[in-house]
Design a protein around this ligand. Structure first.
Ligand SMILES: [Cu+2]
Length: 88
């Protein structure tokens, strides 16, 4: 049995503010950490905006888990928006 397409179905998008990124290496580390989360389909990290945009399957993961892996990678993260809604 083979699974040719392992791509997740992105149902949601979260924007995260990330503090502590200083260079391309940091971006690579954050991107790698986020892409390792099962359910994450697409990751865009901006050093200038201190922001990550993550498309994910909300049946497999959640913004809290995304924040946790970023913090595990050594950065501070908080949720800005989820599915376009500004978090309180
Ligand atoms: Cu760096």
């Amino acid at each position: 049995m083979s699974f040719a397409t392992a791509t997740s179905t992105a149902t949601s998008v979260a924007a995260l503010h990330i503090d502590g990124m200083t260079c391309q290496g940091c971006i690579a580390g954050v991107t790698r950490a986020l892409k390792a989360v099962s359910g994450v389909a697409e990751v865009t990290v901006s050093l200038d905006d201190k922001c990550a945009t993550v498309q994910y399957d909300d049946k497999q993961t959640a913004p809290a888990a995304l924040i946790a892996v970023i913090e595990d990678a050594g950065f501070d993260a908080r949720l800005l928006t989820n599915n376009g809604a500004v978090s309180s």
